[in-house]
Design a protein around this ligand. Structure first.
Ligand code: MG
Length: 296
């Protein structure tokens, strides 16, 4: 992989986009589009609140679990699944503002049984493994087999579901194409392939559900990523669908940030986004790209 400034700007854009989408969407999580219109008109500023009572700029488990995963990769200089699980344990011990049920169960199972994989389960088709996989995509840039194996390994700590696996790998491949400078249309074949392999994910025409089921989440994210042509529109239109808006916002922000770069993120969002979170993201992007370059 070449260490071009453009690659770093798009990698940073992906991570900051994820955090901004999380912080923006959390305000309207579990609301319907009609409820959002009534309360906010169009929701487009990071103001905190929501059902979690967040500070303006505070992120939730989507960003925090990504940071936990990324920190384990950077600290180990590569892949160590047990280190990832331990990092999730430390995060949970810090009493996070939110944790999904399946993530909680998976981390508890690791703690009590020591097992690094849950058994396949139809009930584990939530988006909680996909939402945190960005650090893997960055650390395996240009290495598809590593992307697949690291992604599936980390997913299975909490979610062992074939649609979660397929979506997580597809989103990771899209991020890699975008970070490498491929542009939006270059990653369209990855989305089309996901739909061809698993027709549940068909997102055009947009079915309209934006919930925590991996299929609903991915349909929403892909719909708005391909239907818009700038970062702010992509994230704003996504979170205004409500439901699991922090996670759809995070994943839409990840793709849009990887596509349009960190400079496309509105200044008013970065002025609000938690400074400590921004610092950790900057450090991790440098560390994860160093792993991808084999410098660790
Ligand atoms: Mg969340």
């Amino acid at each position: 992989m070449n260490s071009l400034p453009g690659v770093e700007g798009r990698a940073l854009g992906a991570y900051l986009g994820l955090a901004c989408g999380d912080a923006l969407g959390a305000t309207v999580e579990f609301m319907t589009p009609a409820q959002i219109r009534a309360a906010h008109g169009v929701h487009l500023d990071i103001v905190g609140g929501g059902w979690l009572g967040l500070r303006p700029g505070q992120v939730t488990d989507d960003t925090e679990m990504s940071l936990a995963l990324g920190q384990a990769i950077v600290d180990r200089g590569g892949w160590d699944l047990q280190a990832v699980a331990e990092s999730f344990v430390s995060w949970l011990a810090g009493k996070p503002v939110d944790v999904g049920n399946t993530c909680y169960r998976g981390i508890r199972r690791y703690l009590t049984e020591g097992t690094l994989s849950s058994t396949p389960c139809e009930q584990e088709g939530g988006n909680g493994a996909c939402m945190r996989n960005l650090p893997v995509a960055l650390a395996t840039l240009g290495r598809d087999q590593a992307l697949i194996s690291w992604s599936v390994d980390q997913c299975h700590i909490t979610h062992n579901h074939h649609l979660s696996d397929a979506a997580t790998v597809a989103m990771g491949r899209m991020v890699q194409i975008l970070v490498a400078g491929g542009g939006r249309e270059s990653c369209r074949p990855i989305a089309d392939r996901l739909v061809a392999d698993h027709p549940e994910f068909r997102f055009s025409p947009y079915p309209g559900r934006a919930g925590g089921y991996i299929v609903d989440t991915v349909q929403t994210v892909l719909n708005f990523f391909f239907a818009t042509d700038d970062l702010e529109s992509c994230i704003v239109e996504t979170v205004n669908r409500g439901e699991d808006a922090d996670t759809t916002g995070a994943l839409a922000g990840m793709l849009a940030g990887a596509c349009y770069g960190a400079e496309a993120i509105p200044r008013r969002w970065l002025d609000r986004l938690d400074p400590n979170c921004q610092r950790r993201i900057g450090d991790q992007v440098a560390g994860l790209l160093a792993v991808a370059r084999g410098e660790c």
